[in-house]
Design a binder for this molecule. Sequence first.
Ligand code: ATP
Ligand code: BTN
Length: 321
Amino acid sequence: MYKLLQLLSDGRFHSGAELGASLGVTRAAVWKRLRLLEKSFPVPLERVSGKGYRLASPLSLLDEAGLSSVLRPLGWSLFLYEEADSTNAEALRLLQRLVTPSFVVVAESQTAGRGRRGRQWSSPPALNLYCSFVLQIEDGGRHLPGMSLVVGLAVVDALRKMGVSGVGLKWPNDVYVGGKKVAGILLELTGDPADQCHVVIGIGINVNMMDSGGEGIGQPWVSLRSVLGRCVDRNELLGCLALSLSGYIERHMAEGFAALRAEWESLNVWQGLVCRLSAGPQDVVGRMLGVDDHGALCLDVGGHVRAFSGGELSLRLEHDS
Ligand code: ATP
Ligand code: BTN
């Protein structure tokens, strides 16, 4: 299926005979694969008699050699898959098999892309970016607080470099454009979080996905293609992201989150607004003050400043805000 996508990715017409010859299969087998593609792939397939088949719009597929040559000088080795259950899950398996960080796992599609608290991340093939950057951390107690927020800064920086404006962050880990979610971040840890550990930085960015492909997403979302009005080169985006991430992580390691706090607050989509925080059995409602020097969320609750941190927290805008 992926080979077929590669052949069709230029958006030009290809005859059944030509596709069969390239794939080394009969025309009947080509036809079967095209039917399958038509059913499962979000970009429509067009058929014109006498010309053959083409995708309604061209695709930018991931290029292993090109990506490696961008990532290697930054110290990241690449594991690229046509399909993974979840790049975070695969990264954790590679760590178990003693693959040494720093490395990046990237997949053209995910069958079980995950968000926080067991939620699903919609991951159709060949359209978006699904990647997990793996790092070894010494002295996690000092270097982990605020890291998820720093990754958000790196994603915003990369998107801006690709020409996107109006990007904002929702505490702790969502990236928004125009009030809609464009990217999500999921950090997972192995080892001792207070000492030596490995962190898997999972990032999903909606790149070229249009309406079809995003069915079933339970909240407003947007893709770079719809914002920029053009198909985005995912190789270029991943290169930009790796560069931004390396820079921000280096700064975070050297100076701590406090040095990046003001920048994060300047991007906070709900700064100064009244929010509702689901924190276990009880919700807390308060005015968003920003974050503290460790990346904890600060709310003014009835005149008292309260700080919140932890993976189980979920923030919503209160209606009267
Ligand atoms: P919070 O974590 O603060 O509750 P959230 O509602 O965004 O925020 P997350 O767990 O961070 O929840 O993200 C997972 C959610 O993202 C899913 O419930 C789903 O609605 C949504 N989602 C899934 N795939 C995508 C996608 N490709 N683009 C945008 N949103 C998506
Ligand atoms: C969220 O908003 O809840 C986080 C979504 C994170 C999705 C990315 S896609 C690459 C990596 N692999 C996963 O299974 N999840 C993250």
